[in-house]
Design a protein around this ligand. Structure first.
Ligand code: COA
Ligand code: AMP
Length: 688
């Protein structure tokens, strides 16, 4: 063992916050009393039914989490190695609404990598990079990952990155993206991963907000058959940004090598080779449990994205708890989240949770269909003996569309596969039933947000699964006191739609604030329902307490599991020189759940044909926000429907586009405009 590691191993000597015995897998016994029951349920039919507390430990655990949160999370925290234990498991006086594990010091990279190597998992696969788009498949062991991350952390340190500094990562689904995230965590630097489908302007906004010391990027991504050159987007973003990074480290991929800017840009492979030759390596830097691990920007109600902050300690505790108890996965098993490292699902369940838990994570650089066919998911599950997978319903809708009878499934041995988890958007019952019928395993919907980092409402298969009710992600997870309230913050009874709020404090892993914007956090999330966190989702609970998520209460739409702001798109439409007014709504879409539709009113005197302007608008959204916005439809109308006070009636326009029944709003200024909207959509074949 190299000397550095020996010293580190002594120094870390884990001290546990609350003293409970651990089982051999490292999970607290109190939470793992029941053996996992998933295997026994294979092949059983899953369907509607009332909750039966006899089949699950859920109720007991959930009630305890609310009655004694400090005892509960203190016990869960024993699954993590701490340099110093917490002075308080929860301190209500710290931060905006309190902080978990105040005074504790830890390192997320140590917990996800080093400790597994020290305890004998060095030869176990940590990452399987399965990349049908490049025709490669590589396995990286925990030992190899450890070496890569120590080296990259040393490179970043030499480039001036220190604890608390920000590092932006703009990369596709390659192992180096994970090395980069862990190298930051190792140094106590704060990473901010920007999804590759965002354009230069979105990247520039994030650069200006995070003010990174260094940016790590790849020369390109591979999107099916399309090569997406990242480097020109990065160069343009740095040109647009007011804050310039000290250095960029570029991973050259052979599909499209990038031109390098002298002085600022460094070649990743050369720096790595030099660091290895010089024997460079960086140890883990202890950070406070409450220090940020990362900032992840997500769509807000305006075009300016919100920097959701994730801390180190609470994040680790909640994620490890969830791997065992929610996902029912054991250390050493193979787990797959088919998302992207740029989204919260990727952060939590591709990068952090599986490795914190000592499992193997699959990093899939491909699509559910077309790489090469609709059997791609079954191939990956079978080839890597994956026990559980997590994806967005849209991926299954895409598979169902291409292979309605799931004929391709017959080619693969799915014997190891136990559970399918869906989240990111509403799981429509048809898709869930289709997956249940063909896969013959439980299909578990669960609801969460970038803000929480793990499930708010779910079905904890590790505690003993609860009966599935199609259309509901089931019941609140530990620590989440979920209520349905009206506008006056009065709790509503069963089966009544209202705003979904969570009683403060939020459990570990949830955002303590927005990056350097406590006031925006208070205003946006805590002010409207005093004492509660506003999720901005609407829904109801049924008589059994099952929660149903029905849609957003703000201007966010969900396109293929991607969270997008219609307000942000409207800003782009309004910036076109010929556009006088505009509105963007999310129309129902059979594949992507929702798809944006932009209505534009042209300035008087514009002579350019409307069709030409509409094309320019579509191109402008792609250029300013990125292809991920999936903005393909702009419709020119003479006027927009408004209330007498001038508020655009987007809700009614959406109903017209969706062919849903609508009533004439009492406050409408001119009722004839709605007929004009209907006619314009009809002319485009959108509604009947
Ligand atoms: N880099 C660059 N471009 C990207 C990108 C990335 N990382 N990810 C997506 N894009 C592009 C796509 O190529 C597409 O471009 P196009 O307009 O030229 O076709 C556009 O952004 C829209 O992407 P998407 O909405 O994902 O559609 P798609 O046609 O590529 O794939 C599905 C459709 C349903 C197969 C796909 O959306 C899917 O599997 N989604 C999974 C959902 C998911 O991962 N959600 C994350 C939360 S769990
Ligand atoms: P994101 O922050 O990108 O993960 O998006 C979070 C939003 O996606 C939520 O606020 C919901 O609107 C939606 N969402 C996520 N999971 C579900 C689910 N299981 N059911 C319904 N909507 C969901």
């Amino acid at each position: 063992m190299p000397q550095g590691m020996a010293i580190e191993a002594r120094r870390i000597a884990p001290r546990q916050i609350a003293h409970v015995s651990l089982n051999t897998e490292g999970a607290p016994l109190a939470m793992a009393r029941r053996p996992l029951t998933i295997a026994a349920t294979r092949g059983k039919r899953w369907g509607e039914g009332a909750m039966d507390a006899r089949t699950s430990n859920y109720l007991e655990i959930y009630r305890r989490s609310l009655a004694d949160p400090e005892g509960f999370w203190g016990e869960a925290a024993t699954a993590i190695d701490w340099y110093e234990p917490a002075k308080k498991v929860f301190d209500p006086a710290a931060g905006v609404y309190g902080h978990w594990f105040t005074g504790a010091t830890c390192n997320t990279c140590f917990n996800a990598i080093d400790r597994h190597v020290l305890r004998g998992r060095g030869e176990q696969a940590a990452i399987i990079h399965d990349s049908p788009v490049t025709g490669t498949c590589a396995t990286i062991t925990y030992g190899e990952l450890h070496r890569e991350v120590k080296t990259l952390a040393a490179i970043l340190r030499d480039l001036g990155v220190r604890k608390g500094d920000r590092v932006i990562i703009y990369m596709p689904m390659v192992p180096e993206a994970l090395f980069a995230m862990y190298a930051c965590a190792r140094l106590g630097a704060i990473h901010s991963v920007v999804f590759g489908g965002f354009a230069a302007k979105e990247l520039a906004t994030r650069i200006d907000d995070a003010k990174p010391t260094v940016i790590l990027a790849a020369s390109c991504g591979v999107e099916g058959a399309r090569i997406v050159a990242y480097k020109p987007l990065l160069d343009e973003a740095i040109r647009l940004a007011r804050t310039k990074p000290q250095a960029c480290v570029i991973l050259q991929r052979k599909q499209a090598e990038a031109a390098m800017a002298g002085g600022r840009d460094h070649d990743w492979a050369s720096l790595r080779a030099q660091a290895i030759a010089a024997g460079k390596s960086a140890d883990c830097v202890p950070v406070l449990a409450t220090d940020p691990l990362y900032i992840l920007y997500t769509s807000g109600t305006t075009g300016i994205p919100k920097g959701v902050v994730r801390d180190n300690g609470g994040h680790m505790v909640a994620l490890v708890w969830s791997m065992h108890n929610h996902y029912g996965v054991r250390p050493g098993e193979v787990y797959w989240a088919a998302s992207d490292v740029g989204w919260v699902v990727g952060h939590s369940y591709i990068v952090y949770a599986p490795l914190l838990h000592g499992a193997t994570t699959i990093l899939y650089e491909g699509k559910p269909v077309g790489t090469p066919d609709a059997g791609a998911f079954w191939r990956v599950i079978a080839q890597h003996k994956c026990v559980a997978m997590f994806t967005a319903p849209t991926a299954f809708r895409a598979i169902k569309k291409e292979d309605p009878q799931a004929k391709l499934l017959a080619q693969y041995d799915m014997a190891h596969f136990r559970t399918l988890f869906l989240a990111g958007e509403r799981a429509d019952p048809d898709t869930v039933k289709w997956a249940e019928r063909h896969l013959k395993v439980p299909v578990i919907d669960h609801w969460w947000q970038t803000e929480t980092g793990w499930a708010i409402v779910g079905n904890p298969v590790g505690l003993g699964p609860l009966p599935v009710k199609h259309g509901s992600p089931t019941l609140p997870m530990p620590g989440y006191d979920v209520r349905i309230v009206d506008e006056a913050n009065k709790e509503l009874g069963a089966n009544t739609m209202g705003s979904i709020v969570i009683k403060l404090p939020l459990p570990p892993s949830c955002l303590p604030t927005l990056w350097q914007q406590d006031e925006r956090f208070r205003d946006g999330y805590l002010a409207e329902f005093p004492g509660f966190f506003k999720t901005a989702d609407a829904g109801y609970k049924d008589d059994d307490g099952y929660v149903y998520i029905m849609g957003r209460t703000d201007d966010i739409i969900n396109v293929a599991g991607h969270r997008l702001s219609t307000g942000g798109m409207e800003e782009v439409l309004a910036s076109h020189p010929d556009v006088a007014e505009c509105a963007v709504v999310g129309m129902n879409d059979a594949l992507k759940g929702e798809a944006p539709c932009g209505f534009i009113v042209l300035k008087s005197g514009v002579t350019k044909p409307a069709a030409e302007i509409e094309k320019e608008i579509v191109a402008l959204v792609r250029e300013k926000i990125g292809p991920v916005a999936a903005f393909k439809l702009a419709v020119t109308v003479a006027r927009l429907p408004k209330t007498r006070s001038g508020k655009i009636l987007r809700g009614t326009m959406k109903k017209i586009a969706d062919n849903e029944p609508w009533t004439m709003p009492a406050t409408i200024d001119d009722p004839a405009i709605l007929a004009e909207i209907g006619a314009a959509l009809k002319a485009r074949g959108i509604c009947t």
